[in-house]
Design a protein around this ligand. Structure first.
Ligand code: ADP
Ligand code: MG
Length: 233
């Protein structure tokens, strides 16, 4: 599903160049649930943003679902992003003046779905994350865990091939974190390819594979026996 070869990324800071990714090589198959771990500043978000086509690498190759991601103009990039990728962020990134349902409906506009179809699909995904009864509520009326579930429903509504989550539990207490990870596990059990960036070991151990980043390279890549959320809470 994802093939990365010798990926490099630097940021210019004044006159200096900060070399963040120094030759990343990784293959991720369809259906995997991968944690990307590493301390703060190790380049996790940079890597995820490149995978998510929100940023581009300086060097190296990236193939997503057999499509080489290279030199795409913004229109094409947006098209692929919408078709292939769903995003979940630490801070949820919901639109505050829109209801839960409207938030989940949003990506469906970009896919040019009709009004009725948008509503049906969005309700279906709200149900999936256990929040159908909260459809008409605003984000301010929801708990952190509920907000993240809405964000997950929104990401899924576009039916992406890959779900990218950058510290999805970073703003949640541990019980809620495990619940959100359990939902992510359930979505993965249905076949979705998912990458979760985290710096928390217990969260990483709820994934099937842990990739450890340090100083811009992968220092460890381990398949693990999946640990269930229920064993933690
Ligand atoms: P992580 O997500 O692992 O905490 P990041 O990928 O966000 O790490 O950042 C890696 C390094 O790159 C950090 O030192 C950060 O300050 C720097 N960095 C990230 N984004 C930018 C940017 N847009 N411009 C300049 N430096 C950046
Ligand atoms: Mg980060």
């Amino acid at each position: 599903m994802i093939e990365i070869k010798d990926l490099h990324k630097s940021y210019k800071i004044g006159k200096n160049l900060l070399h963040v990714l120094k030759g990343i090589n990784i293959n991720i198959e369809a259906g995997e649930l991968v944690a990307i771990m590493g301390s703060s500043g190790s380049g996790k978000s940079t890597l995820l943003n490149i995978l998510g086509m929100l940023d581009v690498a300086d060097k190296g190759s990236y193939t997503l679902d057999k499509v080489p991601i290279k030199d795409l103009d913004e229109t094409k990039a947006a098209k692929y992003r919408n078709k292939f990728l769903g995003f979940v962020f630490q801070s949820f990134n919901l639109i505050n003046y829109k209801t839960a349902l409207e938030n989940v409906t949003l990506p469906l506009y970009y896919q040019k779905a009709g009004r009725k179809e948008r509503h049906i699909k969005a309700m279906q995904y709200l149900e999936k994350v256990g929040l159908a009864d909260w459809a008409s509520h605003l984000p301010s009326e929801l708990s952190g865990g509920q907000k993240q579930r809405i964000a997950i429903a929104r990401a899924l509504a576009a039916e992406p091939k890959v779900l990218l989550a950058d510290e999805p539990t970073g703003a949640l207490d541990s019980t809620t974190s495990y619940e959100v990870m359990q939902l992510i596990q359930e979505i993965n059990d249905e076949g979705k390819t998912i990458l979760v960036v985290t710096h928390e070991k217990d969260i990483a151990h709820m994934c099937k594979r842990i990739v450890q980043l340090k100083d811009g390279v992968i220092i460890e890549d381990t398949k693990i026996n999946q640990v269930r959320a229920s064993e933690y809470v």
